[in-house]
Design a protein. Structure first.
Length: 233
């Protein structure tokens, strides 16, 4: 596996497209609002009116939905230069999930009315927005694939490389990649629709086989070939 290619698959394109879009908006005199959120702060709640495009400038944000009472399903973890928010230009514009800061975050909010104006007046803004929405769709489709297998082991084997591409830092050996997030077993369970007990069992088995290691809540992937073999089961 080409680690450098994996780490940069979407990130560089996503970041450049976001920067370009914001530069186009500034050039048109369109205002945006910047806000800093602390860990645990709600950025918006499910059911709120979707009135803006959100751009994550720095930090990590979690999108999630509750189910079965007290349980949560993590839909996505976002990093710098991800876009989020349900920005419907037609039909009902309500947020379909909760957005919460995981770390200290800086978020740029562009009101929907200004985005509509920019897209109508400037073809470049429309093209940038289409590209960003396409990238977001591709990443959602990747995560959906993680939920298709029945076994927790296979779901994790699909999920962990995705997280490494998004949040990974290459090790000194040039082969291993550390997911630079403190993820609890419950966090991972919420992402693969499993139980904490099942995730703990699978992670321990993977660690014993040398597929990964866990230190301080951070997971280092050591054997991508093994993960790929598991994911094909």
């Amino acid at each position: 596996m080409d680690v450098d290619a994996a780490l940069g698959e979407y990130g560089e394109v996503q970041a450049q497209e976001c920067r370009d879009l914001l530069a186009i908006l500034r050039g048109m005199g369109i205002a945006s609002a910047d806000r800093v959120y602390q860990p645990g702060d709600a950025i918006y709640n499910e059911g709120e009116y979707g009135d803006a495009l959100y751009v994550l400038i720095s930090g990590v944000v979690k999108l999630f939905r509750p189910y079965s009472g007290s349980k949560e399903a993590t839909l996505r973890l976002l990093k710098s230069w991800d876009i989020f928010g349900h920005l419907a230009f037609a039909g009902e514009a309500k947020q379909r999930a909760y957005a919460e800061a995981v770390t200290e975050c800086k978020v740029t909010k562009v009101p929907k009315i200004f985005m509509e104006r920019a897209i109508r007046r400037e073809p470049r803004a429309a093209l940038k927005m289409m590209t960003l929405l396409e990238l977001r769709l591709v990443q959602y489709e990747e995560l959906v694939k993680c939920l298709l297998p029945r076994e927790t082991e296979v779901r994790l084997a699909n999920l962990l490389p995705i997280l490494s591409r998004k949040f990974g830092e290459r090790g000194e050996d040039g082969r291993s990649v550390t997911i630079d997030l403190r993820l609890t077993h419950q966090d991972l369970a919420a992402m693969v629709a499993s139980t904490r007990e099942s995730v703990t069992k699978v992670l321990n088995e993977m660690r014993n086989r040398g597929v990964l290691k866990i230190e301080g809540g951070r997971i280092t992937l050591k054997d991508y070939a093994a993960l790929e073999r598991i994911s094909r089961v």
